[in-house]
Ligand binder design. Structure first.
Ligand SMILES: Cc1ncc(COP(=O)(O)O)c(C=O)c1O
Length: 450
């Protein structure tokens, strides 16, 4: 399905709660007779949820004085003031990481990490296909091949059992993605990394404070990468970070992100090593410092509401909540579930999403099978990639997308809601459940009308 629901468009629209109902075509009928309330909103009835959702991103007047102070100091560049370093210390402490390096975005955090973990032109990186496109692009930018392992439909994350068969002599790293803030099965992934001497780079861009076996995501592999882009739980417009338990690795990341200047344990030859400018600015760091307490509190609210939602969604036939690894905590950047149309009189996933959205509960499919979107064909056809791999390898690589059966199933059956919808009170979470039950009750009529 070529849907228009890119994750960011979806988040932007759903977060502007007042817009969401209009966008999704709900008719704003006044609350009326019971019969009217029972009729699906998509067919002219009254929406279940009419009070909107928490807007995102948020602004607090209390932040303004400190942010203005940074601007007035005229120390906007990290080399001229300490706010970026302050944020790095605080974020590392919050995660239990040895060290943190702030970057200009999640994408640049991934680029720096790939460089420092020695991913070179002609190498291969095993990666989750079910992710934001930046994960693929960061690998391609290194002239390396993103080799997709399959997605486990039960967890929506990288299926560890599908990794080893994809390792070749060119594989340098594994890049699991804690998608929607749901931890991957890291013990199994780390064991494969150790066995084959592969670096493990966690794409934790959606997983601030997510936990696996008592440790925060982003501190489990060699390095972990985070995003603070506008839609994220801790946003600064753009921004990112790399965390690690290794001081040496973060010093190398620091050098590379700062034009190759010698830093700490990474003195190089005493002058410049290779590097670019991926630095965070001081005002961004001040924005982020002020949101750390808020992040912790809101994470707890999202988790409590998601627990309640999962327990009750699981009782609705045809709605399958995601299974998390044992002893782990997700942080729900999106809240996903899988949808079985056979339990809804064959109502298509698109129509189901439309009907639930019309009830004032915006939801929809998110990632499609992006490896068919053209960017990999473009890479394969490029002069550089054709120099680096044989025609046979590139042909087999393209063919291998067909093996991603779990991922295909996930793309075709997953529906998600945005994180701001988990910040409301219990009554609003009950509305989510009620909207889905209502759509199920009327699924035959909705399927017929569609
Ligand atoms: C899984 C994942 N990886 C990487 C990125 C890239 O982060 P940024 O947008 O900050 O460059 C994102 C951002 O949405 C993401 O969700």
């Amino acid at each position: 399905m070529k849907n228009q629901f890119t994750r960011r468009n979806f988040i932007r629209t759903a977060a502007a709660s007042s817009v969401a109902l209009g966008w999704l075509g709900a008719r704003q009928a006044p609350r009326g007779f019971a019969a009217e309330a029972d009729k699906p909103a998509l067919l002219g009835g009254t929406p279940v949820h009419r009070s909107g959702w928490t807007q995102w991103p948020q602004w607090r007047e209390a932040w303004e004085a400190n942010i203005l102070k940074v601007y007035r100091s005229r120390s906007w560049f990290r080399g001229a003031g300490g706010e970026v370093a302050n944020f790095e210390q605080q974020y590392a402490k919050l995660l239990g990481a040895r060290k943190c390096l702030a970057t200009s975005s999640g994408t640049t955090a991934l680029l720096v990490s790939l460089q420092v973990m020695d991913v070179n032109a002609g190498d291969e990186v095993i990666v989750s296909p079910y992710t934001f496109i930046a994960t693929y692009n960061a690998i391609l930018a290194h002239h390396a091949l993103p080799v997709f392992a399959d997605t486990d439909p039960a967890t929506l994350t990288l299926d560890p059992a599908s990794i080893e068969s994809r390792i070749t002599e060119r594989t340098r790293a594994i890049m699991p993605v804690h998608i929607y803030g749901m931890p991957c099965e890291m013990d199994a992934i780390l064991a494969i990394g150790r066995k084959h001497k592969l670096a493990v780079i966690e794409d934790a861009c959606q997983a601030w404070l997510a936990e696996y076996h008592g440790q925060k995501c982003g501190t489990l592999g060699d390095v972990g990468c985070f995003s603070f882009q506008q839609s994220k739980h801790i946003p600064s417009g753009e921004g990112g970070a790399i965390t690690s338990m290794s001081e040496t690795l973060i010093d190398r990341c620091n050098s590379y992100h700062n034009c190759g200047r010698a830093v700490g344990t990474n003195q190089g030859s005493g002058s410049f090593t290779r590097g670019l400018n991926y630095r965070m600015t001081q005002p961004q760091a001040m924005m982020l410092q002020q949101q750390l307490d808020k992040l912790v509190k809101e994470t707890e609210i999202r988790q409590a509401n998601a627990d309640y939602l999962s327990a009750n969604l699981g009782k609705i036939p045809g709605i399958i909540p995601v299974r998390l690894p044992r002893n782990s905590r997700a942080v729900w950047h999106l809240y996903p579930f899988r949808y079985d149309a056979t339990q809804f009189n064959g109502l298509s996933l698109a129509r189901f999403s439309q009907a639930v959205s019309a009830e004032g509960v915006p939801c929809g499919p998110v990632y499609r099978e992006q490896y068919y979107d053209g960017l990999l064909d473009e890479a394969i056809a490029s002069r550089g990639f054709q120099r680096l791999w044989s025609a046979d390898r590139l042909r087999a690589y393209r063919e291998s997308f067909k093996e991603l059966k779990g991922n295909k199933q996930v793309c075709e059956t997953t529906v998600a809601m945005t994180q701001n919808m988990l910040l409301g009170d219990r009554a609003s979470v009950d509305d989510i459940l009620e909207a889905i039950r209502k759509v199920q009750k009327h699924s035959a009529a909705l399927a017929k009308a569609g």
